[in-house]
Structures are given as structure tokens and as C-alpha cells.
Ligand binder design. Structure first.
Ligand code: CA
Length: 226
């Protein structure tokens, strides 16, 4: 899941970016409204977090520009306490939620996840499952055969991606861009290593293997590898 953060205050911006990356998201940070709007129009984001007071264009203008460009991702606004009255204006423009500064990161993360669930076109279950593997998207937990599996944020994001596309072979390039925000041109084996580690956690000790390598193509998660 890819998130755009537009925040001119460097400390807040870095803090947001780091926290969201640690939570498993791919994050781009823009430091003014012009860059923010440009990225938002072109970047394929699942959600945007916009500060209101920004150099260049303010948060409202960025939002209006995104909607004009047909970008319908959910938008969370960060407002100072004395701007709270502007809320009506924001909702009219199509903002989805507000957070008043200063806020706790846990609160932001909860709002982000709730907006992402709401924002997806298909109403989405809070749980996904394949065979006896279950992913609890709300609590960010995975279990197999009822037993909890400890996953890092990246492993969870990888497993979620595989599950969302169950039965489809996902090329490494797609996994790289969706989970690691990198181009696959780089000759790194980070994806192979991560998949191997994830597979060990998910499949070791189970007769039915769920994650499979399709040589020369990528990876697929499915119940019946036939
Ligand atoms: Ca600001």
C-alpha cells in the first residue's frame, strides 16, 4: 500500500514517513503543495496525508487539484488546533478525515488503516484466508491452523499482497514496487530472501504448502498448487 505524505515541517514529515514505513507502507514525502500535487496526480497512491498549511499550494488546494485530476484516494488532513473550524470546507472538497496536531502516531495509524479499508472499492473483510491461513488486517496478525505466526511489517505486507492476488503469479518486479518501493533493476536478492523467510514461517511443518515459486516468473500463493 502506497501513501503520499505532504508536510513541510521536516521533523513531522520524517517522523510520519519513518513510522509508516515501519508499519509496512511504501511512503513518499513531499515538502510543499506543488510537489505534493504533482506526485499525487502521477504516483498511484492508496491514500494521501496532507498538512493544511503548506508553501506553494495549501492542503485544500492540493486536495482540490487531486480530485480535479480524478484521484479518488482517501485523504487525511493534519490541521492545527485553530484550523479545526475549516473542517467543513475540507469535507466539501472531499477530505475523508482529520487529525488535529499534535497527535499520537498510533492514532494516525488507526485512522490510516480505517480509511484504507473504507477507501477500497470492494467492501473488504477484515480477515482474509486461504486454507487454514488467516490474516487479520485490523490487528495485523497472521495465524495458520489457529497458531499465531510472528511476522515483520514487511513480511505481513508481502503476505497480504500475495493473498490479495491469490492464484495469480506475482512477478518480482511487482512485489518490489508494492512492498519495497524499489525498482527491480537493482540486482538485489532482497525479495528472494524475504519470500524464503516468509515461506519458512507459513509453510514449514505443514503438508499443504501455500507459497510457491514459479521459475522465471515470480511467486504465487494458492491452496491447490496442483
Ligand atoms: Ca505546515
Amino acid at each position: 500500500m502506497k501513501i503520499l505524505v505532504v508536510e513541510d515541517e521536516p521533523k513531522t514529515g520524517d517522523y510520519l514517513k519513518q513510522g509508516l514505513v515501519e508499519a509496512g507502507f511504501v511512503v513518499d514525502l513531499a515538502k510543499d503543495g506543488v510537489d505534493g500535487l504533482h506526485l499525487g496526480e502521477t504516483g498511484g497512491y492508496d491514500l494521501a496525508i496532507l498538512d493544511v498549511m503548506l508553501p506553494g499550494l495549501d492542503g485544500w488546494q492540493v486536495l482540490a487539484g487531486l480530485r480535479r485530476a480524478g484521484r479518488e484516494m482517501p485523504v487525511l488532513f493534519l490541521t492545527a488546533r485553530d484550523q479545526v473550524d475549516d473542517r467543513v470546507k475540507g469535507f466539501e472538497l472531499g477530505a475523508d478525515d482529520y487529525l488535529v496536531k499534535p497527535f499520537a502516531f498510533a492514532e494516525l495509524l488507526a485512522r490510516v488503516r480505517s480509511l484504507l479499508r473504507r477507501g477500497s472499492r470492494k467492501p473488504e473483510a477484515e480477515q482474509m484466508r486461504v486454507a487454514d491461513l488467516e490474516l487479520d488486517l485490523l490487528r495485523r496478525r497472521a495465524t495458520r491452523g489457529g497458531r499465531r505466526i510472528d511476522l515483520t511489517a514487511k513480511e505481513f505486507a508481502l503476505l497480504e499482497l500475495l493473498l490479495r492476488h491469490r492464484g495469480e503469479v506475482l512477478p518480482r518486479s511487482l512485489i518490489a514496487s508494492q512492498v519495497w518501493d524499489m525498482n527491480f533493476d537493482s540486482d538485489t536478492n532482497v525479495i528472494e530472501v524475504a519470500v524464503r523467510r516468509l515461506r519458512a514461517k507459513i509453510d514449514d511443518g505443514f503438508a499443504l504448502k501455500l507459497i510457491r515459486t514459479v521459475r522465471g516468473m515470480g511467486y504465487v500463493l494458492e491452496e491447490d498448487p496442483g
